[in-house]
Design a protein around this ligand. Sequence first.
Ligand SMILES: C[S@@+](CC[C@H](N)C(=O)[O-])C[C@H]1O[C@@H](n2cnc3c(N)ncnc32)[C@H](O)[C@@H]1O
Length: 307
Amino acid sequence: MRNASSEILISDTFEADEGVHIPVMLDEVIYYMEPKPGDFMIDGTLGGGGHARELISRISPHGKFLGVDRDPDVVLRLNLSSPGVDVHIENANYSEIPEVMERLGFMKADGLLLDLGFSSIQLGEGKGFSFMKDEPLVMTYSPDDEPLSYALRRMSRNEIKDIIAVSGEKYAGKIADAIWSAERKHRIEMTGELVEVIRSAVPRNYEKGRIHPATRSFLAFRIFINKEFEHMEKALRSIPEILKPGGRAVIITFQSLEDRIVKERFRELAKEGKAEILTKKPIPATYEESERNPRSRSAKIRAIKII
Ligand SMILES: C[S@@+](CC[C@H](N)C(=O)[O-])C[C@H]1O[C@@H](n2cnc3c(N)ncnc32)[C@H](O)[C@@H]1O
């Protein structure tokens, strides 16, 4: 299993902006995607629809837009119809975009955006993403996926440890022991119970109080239960099937593990002669945006152009 350095950047932990999702690095997304009237753009992570709305407004008239999200609530909530654009919204995994395009009879697109992780709206929907609230221990984007509380029941200590260690958590072994023992006594059904078990396994002055003791474990469990890396890898490898020559893919990541996967897959595509890397280094949000939108503080953009 992939392991992280102890200095992994933890984002996805800000809790202040629950309920409203402000699109991250919108100017940079538009700069690298270059949407123009008549283009076919794909957003694989619709969320609150912030990036999607801007893309749709720029490809009008005669544009086509495909929006995808794994969470069926996102798809039900969003109304993105626009007079000048042929808009299609699908409840699917972004790793299945080539299959969705084939089913809908679509040709290759001009742009693809993936803005990873969960949206601030989902923090307010009882999905169990937040360690600051007591909610059912689900942590999945889709109700079709197995909730974390069920998965924990059949895991060994070592499996739990390996999952947590991915985040660079140095107390992964101790936390795994505590979770495994607690599960034997009674089922952990709520995020609040999981937080207490984690807290009991780490020193009182965990990370000198810089981050919450459950931050890394929650991130690791979310990555695991949603198979995030597997889906990312598959989606990134399929970019040449999704985009036409000249088409641009923009990926926004929020922590170093995700960014490393994007960097490696982009390098591979460039080596194979299939793509040109547009961002030699990952692009961070501006200081002004970080001040305005805490979510953008750990955001990084990488972009490629299909040759
Ligand atoms: C950070 S939000 C996107 C926010 C959006 N760009 C905006 O401007 O509002 C990420 C979204 O990706 C979705 N998501 C996460 N994993 C996914 C996957 N494997 N396939 C499709 N959607 C996924 C989540 O449900 C969430 O709605």
